[in-house]
Design a protein around this ligand. Structure first.
Ligand SMILES: NC(=O)c1ccc[n+]([C@@H]2O[C@H](COP(=O)([O-])OP(=O)(O)OC[C@H]3O[C@@H](n4cnc5c(N)ncnc54)[C@H](O)[C@@H]3O)[C@@H](O)[C@H]2O)c1
Length: 345
């Protein structure tokens, strides 16, 4: 059996689909320049899983993540309206990655300055259980569409406790629970009730308030600075995290982490961006920042800080930016510029 060199940490690397292989290659190049501790086991999933192994979530990929308990993942394409179930959702379910953390911070001052927000999303329940079906009426097999959401009290309490513990660990002061308990009184009412119960244990340390999701969406545009952390159900967290990305420059600037009790998978918030795939124009910063979260997760906060500093200097001192940030740099040029910054410090 091969042994892992000392100080090295085995991790699964999933290049993914669309722009995935491009932003993953950029991230690995930067991590190498940093002297990161990771040793990669490259595995496939999504459309690439189908192409390589005939399966959107091959057993060999699952085995690798099971062994390493740590992965960096490019985005995976999911067919719309038909076809196989999301490999992202299946990975979360398989490894019980109940806590999705999506932090956003302003790096390039723009329309909204000094944004510093963390969204925590319940990652396993709600409408993502995908209990959906049609009821045929007459000659229309799809006359009625039905979806059932599932939230459990234990699951809601678990993500609430996770969010409050995150707040304590990271010096956050206020959690806003986002729900729709006026309409989805049962599904999101339980989420709110469980969060209120958990909040009592953190009284005087972390404040809790709540907001209906539609009002929250508007308030995020009018005055995002009123928020510190958002605690969301699965679907609302998915939607609002793209909105948060918009506050800091778009989907190219938004990292994410999926945590379970013993496994963590790091990724960008964005998808496989088929419209720009293969053109060397994707912004790799979301995945770079996700790899920073991964470094922090393994106790390498010093490397994460160096990475973040190098990204900031590349953007704001060297003014090297990709197209989505109104620059002209390609994905490779941006990665090379970050590497130069790392090597010069
Ligand atoms: N975690 C994941 O793997 C994940 C997340 C979201 C969507 N998806 C999947 O991705 C596919 C495409 O989804 P979509 O088009 O709705 O969303 P998307 O996030 O892929 O793209 C939305 C828009 O943002 C742009 N964009 C995204 N990332 C960018 C980057 N790094 N740099 C520059 N521009 C970027 C795209 O060009 C596109 O115009 C779908 O199959 C979806 O299921 C996967």
């Amino acid at each position: 059996m091969e042994s892992t060199p000392r100080h090295k940490i085995p991790a699964t690397l999933i290049p993914g689909d669309g722009i995935g292989p491009e932003v993953v290659a950029a991230t690995v190049q930067v991590l190498d320049a940093l002297g990161s501790p990771f040793i990669w086991d490259v595995q496939q999933a999504g459309i690439a899983g189908v192409t390589h192994c005939g399966d959107p979530l091959p057993d060999v990929t699952l085995e690798s993540v099971r062994k390493n308990k740590l992965a960096l993942k490019g985005p995976l394409t999911t067919p719309i309206g038909e076809g196989f179930r999301s490999s992202n959702v299946r990975l979360r379910e398989e490894f019980q990655l109940f806590g999705n953390v999506r932090p956003v911070r302003t790096i390039i001052p723009g329309r909204y300055d000094e944004i510093d927000l963390v969204l925590v999303r319940e990652n396993l329940g709600g409408f993502y259980v995908a209990h959906e079906y049609y009821i045929p009426v007459g000659d229309d097999p799809k006359a009625v569409a039905v979806a059932t959401g599932v939230n459990t009290r234990d699951g809601c309490a678990r993500i609430a406790r996770f969010a409050f513990e995150y707040a304590l660990k990271h010096g956050r002061k206020k959690i806003t629970v986002v729900h729709k308990a006026n309409i989805l009184k049962v599904l999101t009412g339980l989420f709110l009730e469980a969060a209120r119960d958990v909040a009592r244990d953190y009284g005087g340390r972390v404040e809790m308030s709540d907001m209906i999701v539609d009002a929250c969406a508007m308030q995020l545009v009018l005055n995002p600075w009123q928020f510190d952390m958002l605690l969301c159900t699965n679907l609302f967290g998915d939607i609002l995290s793209d909105q948060l990305a918009g506050l800091v420059g778009g989907l190219g600037m938004a990292p994410g982490a999926n945590y379970g009790n013993d496994t963590a998978i790091f990724e960008a918030v964005h998808g496989s961006a088929p419209d720009i795939a293969g053109k060397d124009v994707a912004n790799p910063i979301s995945l770079l920042l996700a790899s920073g979260l991964m470094l922090e997760h393994v106790g390498k906060g010093d490397l994460a800080l160096r990475l973040r500093t190098a990204i900031t200097e590349t953007l704001n001192t060297d003014h090297i930016r990709t197209r989505d940030l109104k620059g002209t740099a390609s994905t490779r040029e941006f990665a090379a510029a970050v590497v130069r910054r790392i090597e010069s410090t």
